[in-house]
Design a protein around this ligand. Structure first.
Ligand code: GLU
Length: 435
């Protein structure tokens, strides 16, 4: 039975590198019918905060990385916060003491006697990595203040929680021999490791917490991304599935996941590419789902939505024009207010041509004369108005778009008029004529 875990230290927001580590663990568990565990490594009281723990849980939930055991879920191997497992660590330390593998320093620190043999890590990503017998001083397990160090609690919990595989950041590879030395001392079989290369910025510098795109909540949840798109992009950041195309749903990614295919070189983060994925997912959504996903951003922009089906249709009509949900309010705000602003330079152009009011009058007359109000009928009315005014339909369209929306860009003019309805369409032309 496969058991994997994501074991973040809650020192800050969920970082994109951590999210990808969690993702690979999750994919491996889901593909193999295994168990995905969330363990919070919060033994560093000075640096760990409850706020950071909560943020990590929130980020994982948003990405859809549900855990089978861990905080809020419980499980047979809890507690899942290391800060609550001191008795277990004490018991394990006693085992090592009984075996004569520890000694106490004058200051009270308990140290582990390294085996000082050569140690090989069989890594699913990096291959076999052999460490020569160490010349480092023996490792402190318990500090004089009674707190335990990371390497010790990490290994004890991997034993206690029966981990079979460990996907984690490559920054831990150089210390893995210490972990294996501890596993061996306890007579436990180490898990199979997969050390995942780092994520670098597009300029090859190391990605830090302050870099664009690094924090799941700030950059993605609040930035107008869709969880499925971010999930998809993060999967491909360091792994190339054997298939055609890049836009792949969770089920496909899960079934294709092979740890041996994780790249052994560092991945390069590309915000534009991530936005491109978002655009693909956004376009493929149903009007209802897209509206639901956009809703928090519409509310944030202060748009008062009385008619949800119209709002959904309006958003659907501009879905090809945006990459992020945050861009949507700016494209559709005029559907929800009659005091919509007009773009300045277009207004100047509108007023500069003396024939424009007559063209708008013609359109208004054509609309008024049409009994039914379908998108096709609206289009026909515009064509007829253009014909009667002696201009091309293409000349009337931008003028009407501007009258109805105050904008020079947007969805098709017939779509705008259709969604606004006949009465509002006519009222808006009148408002524009009165400017
Ligand atoms: N708490 C460690 C970290 O956040 C976990 C290391 C591991 O996965 O073994 O880096």
């Amino acid at each position: 039975m496969i058991r994997v875990r994501f074991a973040p230290s809650p020192t800050g927001d969920l970082h994109v590198g951590g999210a990808r580590t969690a993702l690979f663990n999750w994919l491996f568990a889901r593909k193999n019918g295994g168990t995905f565990i969330l363990r919070i490594e919060d033994t560093d009281g000075a640096r760990n905060t409850e706020e950071a723990s909560a943020g990590i849980l929130k980020g994982l939930k948003w990405l859809g990385l549900d855990w089978d055991e861990g905080p809020e879920k419980g499980g047979d191997y809890g507690p899942y916060y290391q800060s609550q497992r001191k008795d277990i660590y004490d018991a394990y330390l006693a085992k090592l003491e009984a075996m004569g593998r520890t000694y106490v320093e004058e200051n009270g620190a308990v140290r582990f006697k390294f085996s000082r043999t050569s140690i090989t890590v069989h890594d699913m990503v990096c291959g076999d990595v052999t460490f020569a017998p160490t010349e480092e001083p023996d490792m402190t397990l318990r500090r004089p203040d009674g707190s335990y160090i990371f390497h010790f609690v990490n290994v004890v919990d991997d034993i206690e929680m029966k981990m079979t595989h460990v996907f984690r950041g490559e920054d831990h590879l150089s210390n893995t021999w210490k972990h294996i030395d501890l596993f061996n001392a306890f007579g436990a079989t180490p898990p199979t490791y997969a050390h995942i290369p780092l994520i670098l910025n597009s300029d090859s510098s190391k990605m830090s917490k302050r870099d664009a795109g690094s924090a799941i909540e700030k950059s993605y949840m609040n930035g107008g991304f869709l969880p499925d798109a971010v999930f998809n992009y993060l999967c491909l950041l360091g792994w190339t599935p054997r298939t055609e195309g890049e836009v792949l749903d969770r089920a496909t990614l899960t079934s294709l996941f092979e740890p041996g295919e994780i790249h052994s070189s560092n991945a390069r983060f590309d915000m534009q590419k991530c936005s491109w994925f978002n655009a693909q997912y956004l376009r493929a959504m149903s009007p209802v789902d897209l509206f639901a996903a956009s809703r928090p951003f519409l509310d944030q922009a202060g748009l008062v939505i009385l008619d949800e089906p119209t709002a959904a249709a309006a958003i659907h009509s501009i879905r090809e024009k945006v990459s992020l949900l945050t861009e949507i309010p700016d494209w559709i705000h005029y559907f929800f207010r009659e005091d919509y602003p007009y773009e300045d330079d277009v207004l100047t152009k509108l007023k500069a041509k003396p024939e424009n009011p007559a063209l708008l009058q013609a359109a208004m007359a054509a609309f008024a004369a049409f009994p039914d109000w379908t998108e096709a009928a609206v289009h026909t009315a515009i064509e007829e108005a253009a014909k009667s005014a002696g201009v091309k339909t293409g000349a009337l369209m931008p003028l009407l778009r501007f009258a109805l929306s105050g904008q020079s860009r947007g969805p098709g003019v017939s779509t705008i008029a259709f969604l606004l309805g006949k009465e509002t369409t006519i009222a808006r032309i009148q408002r524009t004529l009165a400017l």
